[in-house]
Ligand binder design. Sequence first.
Ligand code: GLN
Length: 546
Amino acid sequence: MTATQTKFIFITGGVVSSLGKGLASASLATILQGRGFKVRLRKLDPYLNVDPGTMSPYQHGEVYVTDDGTEADLDLGHYERFSGVAATKYDSVTSGKIYQNVINRERRGEYLGATIQVVPHVTNEIKDFILSHLTDEDFVLCEIGGTVGDIEGQPYLEAIRQIAYDLGRERVMFVHLTLLPYIPTAGELKTKPTQHSVKKLQEYGIQPDMLLCRSQIPVEQNEKRKLALFCNVKEENVITALDVSNIYEVPLAYAKEGIDRAVCNHFGIECQEHHTDLSKWQKIVDVAKNPSGDVKIAVVGKYTQLLEAYKSLHEAIKHGAIANHYKADISWIDSELLEKDEPERYLKDTQGIIVPGGFGKRGTLGKINAIKYAREHKIPFLGICFGMQMAVIETMRNVAGVKDADTTEFNPTCTPVVGLMTEWQKGDVTEKRSKDGDLGGTMRLGAYPCVLKEGSKVREIYGQNEISERHRHRYEVNMNYEQTLKDSGMVVSGRSPDGQLPEIVERVDHPWFIGVQFHPELKSKPFAPHPLFVSLIKAAIDLKKS
Ligand code: GLN
């Protein structure tokens, strides 16, 4: 259970979805850290999937993976990147998981014959999730997914209302993120949708303590006064969340608006001006806004129409660029285009090519064509997970000349260079899988150690012998082909400590060609850019200068 001092901030969203609640929550958390507080961020998603692992990236964007192997909402990525606090399975939940727990308990007879109801059984399960597995955090920030008024969200609003009742209002703050639409013909920001949204919250017994108002233009004091009066919120707690060009500016923009003062006042914490240290954010923004130059990086993937599908990758590339004081000019290329047209058309001016993670056959030939282009033209190349598997197939087909080399993910093949993983070690436990097992939650997930080969490029980049990276895959490179790959210029330069699983490959005849079975993008942070991305961008800059 929680330390008696822990305070809870609940973030709800109103008016429309996609307002950036995750970023707002992460920004508020980093501001509180800037005051020296210890924080933890949690996400509660009202949809019925047990986790987002089986959802299409078009539905949900990227699936974020934690060290402990939870497939979670992409907002957890924002949380980790902004706060530096590693998220765990106790920080992300969905209605599917909540109901699953309730029904499992019912089957075990734990409710002693009671009729199981949304209130109190589901709401209690939600409350337990929010309050458990905490230690000495000063603040726990919980974001409720969806928009106030959604049917699925009701048990969550009831649960957080009850938490405020149980713990006392002095330990709970409700923050409502809303939108003030700007109507150009009237030249005005409109407050009515926010008023309605707050009325809806009040119907559920929740009085917001702060309104965080997304707006494309500054909100005038008279508008703040009006919102404060109609929504029953203190005027100084109506905070503008002005659109900014760069996400790293958000914490600075909120702090400028006095969000930290409003939070401190709410909780009765003594608040002196200029106590919040956000200098590290200022430095990041300064570099991001004044790069020494730019490099062109192409990401050749399948979900390029929706950038949310590659959220962490996008951020990791930016971190790598910032670390080099450069800007990455990223083009997101649908791999299918490289099946119809010469790759040259899309890739000729790029200084770096990334083939990211993915599932399924569509567009794979285009990915392989992009990899061939990177290999032959000596363009720095990073293959991530599926991208690594495709890089291995490319070498087998185009260098070793084994034309039918393929992955069993698509079809049975005579040359299964990539095959289904049926057994692997997780610590002391042997994990086993079969072809017809469940799809949800059964991949090789989470952090695994990897030993780097002496004298390899990756060893030089990481500067250490053993690393830990996060995984999310069902297939792996087949080590039976290791010698053929080696003879074709591709070496396995990272493997699991037992030597069984190939985790990294690199080409020895290329300035920078690396494929990794894990997802390095998940661990990159603005203040701790991932070494692979820093090095990739450095190689891209070198190519540009050459
Ligand atoms: N589809 C591949 C696998 O399951 C790669 C997964 C990924 O890129 N995350 O192994």
